[in-house]
Design a protein around this ligand. Structure first.
Ligand code: ZN
Length: 250
């Protein structure tokens, strides 16, 4: 007969594995990850970061997405737990990027877009893990992707895997970092949205999420709001066009 403490440890592990913490910025990708988590876990919490981002409007969008999910997706509403907003303003203090200042959005000499904020996702994951540690949440979900993306090195699968190892060693924990979009292109991400929540979720993503680096919500396109010309708008619009084209032929 197994010792009772083994049973207790297993029960605790089961409990933790049914909870997830989603890094939720208010953008399309993280909103899709939030829906993905709500479809899989009994309890889902969200965390967002204020870091001096130029598109601070995304913080309003994330509140609206959460309210909309609670009001119109009853099967998920009960699973949606606390929302946490953390101050990561130190990133704005130490970086001079096109996301944290008025610098031009362009390709820099090092081959990376000027929207790359060095250390951002690494810091976000560290803060999320510290929060997950306190909340006894084992699974951390983030919407990074290296299929068609802006070339950010901290969105790569290897970076996330290395962070999982580092966090588990450094916190003596067993976090699992989940990246459901890692190998999807943007058209497939829209397809995943449809699979998860049908037309209602597609509409929510279009109307309430925000991706545009310039924070522009004055122009409404068929794929949502944005300036229509920054790299984030380019990715979102071309992905939506490819998704629609695929839907027509299937
Ligand atoms: Zn834009």
């Amino acid at each position: 007969m197994e010792p009772a403490w083994n049973e207790i440890l297993r029960a605790m592990s089961d409990l933790r594995s049914k909870s997830a913490l989603v890094l939720f910025s208010g953008g399309q990708d993280s909103a899709t990850c939030l829906a993905w988590a709500l479809a899989r876990y009994d309890h889902v919490e969200t965390v967002g970061f204020v870091y001096g981002q130029r598109h601070i409007v995304e913080m309003d969008c994330r509140r609206r997405v959460l309210a909309h999910l609670r009001a119109h997706f009853p099967k998920w509403a009960d699973r949606l737990g606390a929302d946490h907003v953390l101050d990561a303003g130190v990133l704005g203090q130490i970086s001079q990027t096109a996301l944290t200042s008025d610098a031009e959005i362009r390709m820099a000499e090092n081959g990376l877009p000027t929207t790359f904020v060095p250390g951002r996702n690494i810091l976000f994951l560290t803060l999320a893990a510290a929060l997950g540690y306190r909340r006894s949440i084992r699974h951390i979900v983030l919407g990074v992707c290296e299929t068609d993306y802006s070339g950010y090195p901290d969105c790569r699968d290897d970076t996330v895997k290395a962070m999982q190892v580092a966090l588990n060693l450094g916190l003596d924990a067993r976090f699992v970092l989940r990246t459901p979009l890692m190998w999807l292109d943007k058209a497939a991400t829209w397809g995943l949205t449809e699979t998860l929540g049908g037309a209602a979720l597609i509409d929510l993503i279009i109307e309430e999420t925000h991706s545009c680096y310039r924070g522009d919500r004055s122009q409404r396109h068929d794929w949502g709001y944005g300036c229509g010309s920054c790299p984030a708008c380019d990715l979102r619009s071309s992905g939506f066009a490819a998704y629609q084209a695929k839907a027509k032929t299937s």
